[in-house]
Every structure is written in C-alpha cells, then in structure tokens.
Design a protein around this ligand. Structure first.
Ligand code: PLP
Length: 376
C-alpha cells in the first residue's frame, strides 16, 4: 500500500508555516568554505559580538562549572537572579532568565499574546519583535522610522484597543540610533494600561550611565514596562546564550510559567553571575567601542560614504547608487577579502550594510578592504 505523502505542511500550525526565518550573520566557517579561504584569516563583523573576547571573570567561572555538567542546572537560576537583584536593587522575583534575551522576549510574547492582539514596533528595529508577534498569531504593526530613529509620537498613534505589546530598542539594532531617556520614560508613562512596553536594552551598556533610561522607578510606580538585557554584547558571552527580563513580579511570574524547566545551562548561569562583577571589562569594552566607532566613522567619511551616527557597537553605512551591484555586491566582495559584514535588505535598507566595531586592527582591515572594493 502506498504511504501518504510527507505533506506535513497540511498539519502545521499556520503561525509556524508563515513564520519568516531569521537571517543570522554568516559564520566564519561558511564563508571560508564558499570562498576557499583560511578561516583563521577571516574577521566576522556581522553579529555585534564583543571583539575583545569574553569577560575573563566569566570565562573562569564557566570553566569551573564544567565539572558539574552531569547535573542539571538550577532551573530557577537562583544564584544569578540573586546576583542581579543585588546589582539592580530589585527583588529576585523581578527577574526571569532566558537562553539569551531573544528567548526571554519570545517567552514574554508567549505569556501575553493571543491571536488578534497587536504588537507595535519600529519598522527598522530588531526583526525578532515581528517574529514574536507572528509566532503567537498576533498582528505585527511596524511603525515607520524617519531618520532611522524610533518615532515615539507615531508609535503612540499606532496603539489601538488591540495593542498588547510594544517593543522599543535603545540603542536600536540595526540602526544604532537612540531616543533621549526622558522621552522614553514619558512615552512609557503615557501608554494605556492594556499595553506592556518592552524596552530592549541589549546595547544600553555602551551608553554612558547618565544617558540610559532608568525604568526601575516606573516599575515601582506600576507602569507596565519590562526591561530586556543580554550578556551577549558588552559582556562578550554570545556563545553561552544568557539574557534576562526585569519587571514587576506579577509580570515576571507569568513569564516564568512559559519557561522550560532548565532553559539556561549551567556554565551560562555561573559565567553571567561572574560577568556582573567584571566592572573593568565592561569599562574597557565601552572605551574601546567608543574609539572604534570614531575610527570607523572617520574611515567612512574619508571614503565619502554616508553613515547613520549610532551608539551601539556597530555602524550602518550606505552604498551610493552608482556602485555596480549595490550593497550586496560590496557585501560579497568584502567576504572574498575575508571580511564579513551584515546586509540589511531584510530591514528594508537594501542600500545599507552594518559593520560591527572590531579591534583597532580589524577596523583598519575592514576600511582598507572597503576602499579596495569601492576603487575597483
Ligand atoms: C543581540 C540583541 C539581543 C540579544 O540577543 P541574545 O539572544 O541575548 O543573544 C536583543 N536585542 C537586540 C536588539 C539585539 O541586537
């Protein structure tokens, strides 16, 4: 008897069937294989990773944790949450830890969103917000971003009776732009009470402390706001996958219900707790990043290229219309020279590329490769 076809699509949850795929920065090994290059000679400036390396204190803690790999991790991440509570002056019950802040934001969406709900976010903001909406049958409501910065008035105007969740990143990825802290706090305070604002603070540590919006007083006042933080960027732990949400404990308790029992691995929990103590590493990374941003921006100006002044650990620059093949051909030619950057066509910025700030030497190499590519 003939077996039925493998038409699993007919069985699929429609939200999964229509879920767009996230396009990550290309791994070094892929590019080495495609272009026949030595992986050791390739630099990846495509995923906003920390060019200096992982926090040394975190690395040590992760190594020590390896002897316990036969045990499940503490599912509640008790030590890390206590450490975060002390760090922020909040209670441990106000934190939920995720396998990266990406997972934490998906769990937030899962805890809140029902089919028919609306999710408001910037049209050139992190694509995960749209994915989170679609995955749970909610409607994505992208709001145009003139000058590539979140337009808070337009976002406010896009909120309806059905809006459940708003995502706002500051600095934003991929554009690097920031909204002033006072405006973010005023925006949050003015939201109707059926709306939760998720402030994605993945790159906030790259700002000076006084520039960042402190949402803790708002949480205490009962404003419906949740902060999302990651250890992937300034702490240099992208490979371990750990991030967290902080908010009112009533919201955190809901998100905890959506979480898998052991979602954060053992070395990650130990490394993240140690990283919080690595104040010198954070300070050095921030200083190196500021210098690297200036280096890249000066280099782009010298090449006559337009860029978006940003405050993250990356810069978006535009390829002029007269360059044959546009941004994709520049992306490709840079790869042939062993430099991986990120195309932004998926964000409606087909003429732009995003480069992560590397070490001084990597930034020089990127700028030299870019000059060669544009000259030929
Ligand atoms: C990198 C990034 C994150 C964090 O991702 P992880 O899952 O923690 O690695 C979150 N938001 C934005 C905007 C990012 O760019």
């Amino acid at each position: 008897m003939k077996r039925p076809e493998n038409d699993y699509a007919a069985l699929a949850n429609p939200a999964v069937l229509t879920q767009p795929t996230y396009e990550p920065g290309r791994p070094i090994e892929d590019v080495a294989r495609e272009f026949g290059l030595d992986p050791a000679g390739i630099i990846k400036l495509a995923s906003n990773e920390n060019a200096i390396g992982p926090s040394p204190l975190a690395k040590e803690a992760a190594s020590r944790a390896l002897d316990g790999l036969n045990y499940y991790p503490d599912g509640a991440s008790t030590v890390l949450r206590a450490r975060l509570a002390a760090h922020w002056g909040l209670r441990p019950s106000q934190f939920v830890i995720g396998n990266g802040s990406n997972e934490a934001m998906i769990l937030l969406a899962q805890a809140l969103l029902c089919p028919g709900d609306e999710v408001v976010f910037g049209a050139q903001a992190f694509v995960v917000y749209k994915l989170a909406a679609l995955l749970f049958g909610a409607k994505p409501v992208p709001v145009p971003m003139p000058s590539r910065t979140h337009d808070l008035a337009a976002m406010r105007a896009a909120i309806s009776e059905r809006t459940k969740l708003v995502f706002l990143a500051c600095p934003n990825n991929p554009t690097g732009t920031v909204n002033p802290a006072a405006e973010i706090l005023a925006f949050a305070r003015a939201l109707p009470s059926h709306v939760v604002l998720c402030l994605d603070e993945a790159y906030t540590e790259f700002l000076e402390e006084h520039e960042a919006a402190d949402i803790r007083p708002l949480i205490a006042e009962g404003v419906k706001i949740v902060g999302a933080r990651t250890f992937s960027k300034i702490y240099g732990l992208a490979g371990l996958r750990v991030g967290y949400l902080y908010a009112a404990e009533e919201l955190i308790a809901l998100v905890q219900r959506a979480r898998q029992p052991f979602n954060v691995n053992l070395p990650a929990q130990h490394a993240a707790a140690a990283a919080l103590d690595d104040v010198d590493f954070v300070r050095n990374t921030r200083a190196a990043n500021n210098a690297g941003l200036r280096q890249i921006e000066a280099g782009l100006r010298a090449l006559g290229l337009q860029y978006t002044p940003g405050r993250g650990n990356f810069t978006v620059f535009d390829i002029p219309a007269h360059v044959p093949g546009g941004a994709m051909s520049v992306f490709d030619a840079l790869q042939r020279r062993g430099v991986i950057v990120r195309p932004l066509a998926g964000y409606g910025m087909a003429e732009s590329l995003r480069v992560t700030i590397g070490t001084t030497a990597q930034n020089e190499r990127f700028l030299a490769a870019l000059k060669t590519v544009l000259d030929t």
